[in-house]
Design a protein around this ligand. Sequence first.
Ligand code: PLP
Length: 448
Amino acid sequence: MPDELSQEETGDGRTDVERLDKEYVFGTWSYQSEVEPTEVTGAGGVRFRDARGNEWIDFSAQLMCSNLGHSADAVADAIAEQARDGAYFAPGYATEARAKLGEKLAEVTPGDLSRTFFSTSGTEAVEAAIKIARMYTGKQKIVSRYRSYHGATYGSISVTGDPRRLKAEPGIPGTIKAPDPYAYGSTLDPMESLEYIDEMLMLEGDTVAAVLVEPIVGSNGILVPPREYLPRLKEIAHDHDALLICDEVMAGFGRAGEWFGCDVFDVKPDIMTMAKGLSSAYAPLGATIVTPEIANHFEDEMFCHGHTYAGHPVSCAAGLAAIETYQEENLIEHAREVGSYLGDRLDELAADHPSVGDTRGVGLFRGIELTKREGERVPFGSRLDKISRGNTIVDDVTAAAADGGVYVASMINTLIIAPPLPITESDIDEAISVLDDALEVSDEAMDQ
Ligand code: PLP
């Protein structure tokens, strides 16, 4: 931090960094007039600090991505070492970091997924998956679901189902949306929604390249389908000669108490996308892994895709060290165990707060959905609130949690509880007691 920038608040209540950031940086997913970033100055374990000396528990691992927390020294060291030994080589060169990470991903991903295209984000991982599926099958359409997020670029936002897609529509041609397995909030039973997809694929008449799903839906509300859902979806896709793509960008790398969300259902997809926990956010890294059969197709058809930073050595070194850390510290098992404690504590909140309509999830991937009428499923905000101006009650709850020193992400009507995997029961207790107070805000806002 340059000396001349002070962390003291000045007249407008902003620090120097906050004022510069506000003036010169384009904020993501926001009305620029409403962007008010808080200056953060450091982090360690499951906590981070701001410039005003406050310490926060990171109860959502930032954007559900800092899976190792903020003190993964082995990852930081691997990054520094790679940056010194050769920060960048073009994708046409083989580097030890990329080769070993490819081998490691073949080891930890399910089935015979084994050849990886590396990129730098979840969005790019999905873009590559769409292109691979289209080229491999020779078909163009992609079926995805409404309550889903797959990225921000034109292809990935077009397969995204949530309202964030609306500003980018009509998007790329050939994307079709299906209903979701959302037992709490939809009138359609999750398993019935599958039969709808079956019929859709039949009516599309062999033009669908792939069905793309988050095995456990993340930002659209932590939707965990019934145990039989994903195996049946794979069967339906294959019956119609379509591939199954699992987007594991958020659910992957221990979040759900297994290596990947699809492992919860024992399903082996044809293509899998990853990012976030892949490097635990220590460096930008995305990956698209495919079966040998799909990879072999490109022996004789040019894979027309790539980026300058595809397989960036520093990012790959971070990814390899992150996966080794998950393994050495048994963090997947830990997430499963401590995740079950978290689930119990969330159920207690549900019992104490009439505005908690549902708590759900698996491992350290959980949600609290609010209701504004006790015993009824009436959301506080509409899904369109995400792209329209103004706060919802959920934002007021997260602001109250922030006042108590707990950062928690939210979307529409749901708080997303997804802390770093090394979290302990006592950290959880501390955060839950803050949420307990914060939920008074939604209790008070309920319809009388
Ligand atoms: N896919 C899923 C399931 C995601 O949750 C996200 C981001 O939240 C993405 C793709 C896009 O990833 P990124 O923001 O790294 O581009």
